[in-house]
Design a binder for this molecule. Structure first.
Ligand code: KG4
Ligand code: ZN
Length: 349
């Protein structure tokens, strides 16, 4: 497609992004990394809800059923044909291997038949780039990626340059939300339910532990907190005491958020950055957004986070991250495979 800019006619880079790393089948068409022409997300949450979590085999089968229609819908809504597409981008890791394979196979088939460049994306990298979809922040930044599978603190000096400065040693933050919600009998996924329930609750009502780790480490740990909530519930049940679920939700959430905020700020100060980015499903959390923004202000640091729809898994963020790889000519071969344990900044082709 041609667009006119400052009197000059230039070709837009229109990328079709595909995301199937977990339980969302998504395809999006994004021009120049920022003009979202479509972003179709078919969530499997209702399918997995009755199991209390994602069942990998079911997720793969659902992706197979949905992928073609989700891709067609993304083109229709964008008002484009395959001939308008500049490159095909796909998440190839980390994630569930069977789920990733569906997106990777579809992307390779399209790249081959349409003779288009193929771009392989790391899922964590795509979450980061959800912040670049509109009004891209200036680098360097520190980004906290908090989702169901990840809790990573990353220093980003330039596009494509990532230094992992902290990560969880056990559960991811979103996983802790989901597991605690389950023992509280709230349902799945637990993050949004706890967020909602905690409104009006007292975050200091119950003194849950905050794991800060040795030697000012930027690593995280949430399994001790999860056990404390379980013990609290069991003790109350044994003593036949009534539980204030609103205070419980607020206190658990408060403990998670305190550590995430403190470590993100300490990292931003240590690395001398003026911008902190939040990314991943947990970046939608109301208290995390509020507390981090409020506390960062006193350090002269600004905080950015994507709209909720771009925090959870979606293909618009894949197409956006791919645009920057396109500009660097980082293309994947047609032998691209799913890499469930893919590390950030380490392409495996
Ligand atoms: O990024 P995402 O869609 O999938 C992964 O890549 O893991 O994140 C999903 C996670 C779930 O654990 C969900 O409970 C959590 O994000 N989440 C939240 C909120 N919204 C989603 N956690 C806390 N507060 C929220 N408002
Ligand atoms: Zn994700």
């Amino acid at each position: 497609m041609m667009t006119e800019r400052c009197g000059q006619v230039s070709a837009e880079v229109i990328i079709l992004g595909i995301e199937t790393s977990c339980d969302e089948t998504s395809a999006a068409v994004v021009a120049d990394g920022s003009r979202i022409m479509s972003n179709i997300i078919s969530s499997q949450v209702p399918v997995h809800q009755r199991f209390g979590g994602v069942v990998p085999e079911i997720a793969s089968r659902k992706h197979v059923e949905l992928i073609n229609s989700v891709i067609s819908q993304s083109l229709n809504e964008a008002g484009v044909n395959f001939k308008d597409i500049t490159a095909i981008a796909v998440t190839y890791g980390p994630g569930l291997v069977g789920a990733l394979l569906v997106g990777v196979s579809a992307a390779k088939a399209l790249a081959y038949t349409l003779n288009l460049p193929l771009i392989g994306l790391n899922h964590v990298e795509s979450h980061i780039y959800a912040n670049f979809l509109s009004n891209p922040p200036e680098l360097p930044v520190v980004c906290l990626v908090v989702s169901g599978g990840h809790t990573d603190l990353i220093f980003i000096e330039a596009h494509g340059s990532y230094e992992l400065i902290g990560r969880t040693r056990d559960d991811a933050a979103g996983e802790a939300f989901d597991k605690v919600a389950r023992v509280m009998g709230l349902g799945y996924p637990g993050g949004p339910l706890i967020d909602k329930l905690a409104v009006g609750g007292n975050p200091t009502a119950i003194d849950f532990p905050r794991a800060y780790m040795e030697n000012d480490s930027f690593d995280f740990s949430f399994s001790g907190l999860k056990s404390s909530v379980l013990n609290y519930l069991n003790k109350a049940k044994m003593k036949d005491e009534e539980i204030n679920m609103v205070d419980l939700a607020a206190s658990f959430q408060g403990a998670v958020v305190d550590v995430l905020v403190d470590k993100s700020l300490a990292a931003a100060v240590k690395y001398g950055v003026k911008n902190i980015l939040l990314a991943g499903g947990v970046a939608s959390n109301t208290r995390l957004r509020q507390q981090l923004t409020q506390q960062a202000t006193s350090f002269g640091i600004s905080v950015r986070y994507p709209e909720p729809v771009f925090c959870t898994d979606n293909a618009a963020m894949v197409a956006c991250a791919a645009y920057y790889k396109y500009l660097r000519h980082e293309f994947a071969p047609l032998t691209l495979n799913a890499v469930p344990g893919l590390k950030l900044g380490e392409d495996v082709y």
